[in-house]
Unconditional design. Structure first.
Length: 151
């Protein structure tokens, strides 16, 4: 098995909303404000604003899972649905900084995901027929994700 770089996605997020569900975890909700993506073979475009967002679940011990869903629009007008599920864990003090929207060293936490795409027939159909893995990095206003196709 080998990996082939597929795309980088940069998103800006809206205000973070938190639901203190229980003493041991917090559910978050963060909507997409904007973004862009690019990859090899001319794959590039923007994230459709307000088309979805990220719903993380953060445990008190610093671990957590997240799901996200939003739309991508390629520069030639194709619309692609991107869904992802992932895991993030970090020491509790790093989690507190992430939840507060502070800048954090990306090496101080683990953030990996498995994105899935639904693309129209044509030049982006390969997204439908492939498995991807990704790594994420948070910043105070959004996130950057890099995805690789498993070949």
């Amino acid at each position: 098995m080998k990996l082939e770089f597929a795309l980088e996605l940069r998103i800006s997020l809206g205000a973070r909303m938190h639901i203190n569900v229980a003493d041991d975890y917090v559910r978050g909700a963060v909507l997409i404000e904007s973004g862009s993506f690019s990859g090899p073979n001319g794959l590039s475009g923007t994230v459709v604003p307000a088309s979805g967002g990220d719903m993380p679940m953060v445990r008190a011990d610093g671990g957590g899972r997240f799901e996200s869903q939003y739309l991508l629009r390629t520069d030639d007008g194709a619309v692609i649905l991107k869904r992802s599920a992932g895991v993030r864990h970090a020491p509790p003090e790093v989690v507190q900084k992430l939840l507060a929207g502070e800048q954090v060293d990306p090496h101080s936490y683990y953030m990996r995901m498995t994105p899935r795409f639904e693309a129209p027939a044509g030049p982006y159909d390969w997204l439908n027929r492939s498995i991807f893995i990704g790594v994420g990095r948070r910043n105070p206003t959004g996130s950057t994700f890099r995805f690789w196709k498993v070949v």
